[in-house]
Design a protein around this ligand. Structure first.
Ligand SMILES: CC(C)(COP(=O)(O)OP(=O)(O)OC[C@H]1O[C@@H](n2cnc3c(N)ncnc32)[C@H](O)[C@@H]1OP(=O)(O)O)[C@@H](O)C(=O)NCCC(=O)NCCS
Length: 165
């Protein structure tokens, strides 16, 4: 299933610079860092939630594309845990936390052909980043048998209002 069909905002093409240059126009203002976030999760905790709640848990937290990706990997729990950490880190970078009608599946982590994780947003999460002037979110994920961790950076043009509002 194509993510674009599910309302996920496409991330800026990777060939375009994520950060500032001193040449800008009103249509393309320079981006700056407006938020950072990080998270760490025990893979065992995710494995237990999958074991206890099965598809209910998986379908509440992960998009079909994420599920397909994780299921296709040998150590699928680690990839599920990595996406859990990424979603938490991204919400911290945005600064809203899990509110404003944002659901887990509004934040999607997909991988480019080289494996690099990209962030897609839809629904309440997309509304929140647009409200806050956030134009791009970068994420990095790492995992081993015991833990998964992620780090996210939100880039935007301005802070339109307090993210806690
Ligand atoms: C990419 C690489 C560094 C990942 O490191 P690792 O120690 O094997 O695994 P980690 O647990 O730390 O990281 C795994 C995560 O790295 C991310 N990743 C994979 N390829 C990536 C890439 N090209 N760029 C950025 N991140 C990448 C993914 O998010 C992956 O998790 P996911 O599959 O659940 O999405 C490793 O696979 C590697 O060395 N590949 C060959 C060299 C390479 O392509 N380097 C590119 C980055 S400089």
């Amino acid at each position: 299933m194509d993510s674009a069909a599910h309302g996920f905002a496409a991330q800026r093409p990777l060939s375009q610079p994520a950060t500032t240059s001193n040449v800008s126009t009103n249509d393309n203002p320079p981006l700056s860092v407006v938020g950072i976030g990080t998270d760490i999760v025990e893979c065992l905790r995710i494995a237990q939630m999958i074991e206890r709640h099965g598809e209910l848990f998986i379908n509440r937290v992960y998009t079909p594309l994420e599920i397909r990706y994780c299921q296709s990997r040998k150590a699928s729990t680690q990839h599920y845990a990595g996406r859990w950490a990424a979603k938490e880190a991204i919400l911290k970078a945005i600064g809203t936390g899990w509110r404003r009608g944002i659901s887990w599946r509004d934040v999607e982590v997909r991988n480019d052909s080289g494996g690099r994780p990209l962030v897609g947003m839809r629904g309440g999460a997309r509304d929140a980043i647009e409200h806050l002037g956030i134009r791009q979110i970068l994420v990095s994920i790492s995992h081993c048998r015991s833990h998964a961790t992620a780090y996210a950076i939100a880039l935007g043009t301005e802070q339109k209002s307090n993210p806690g509002d």
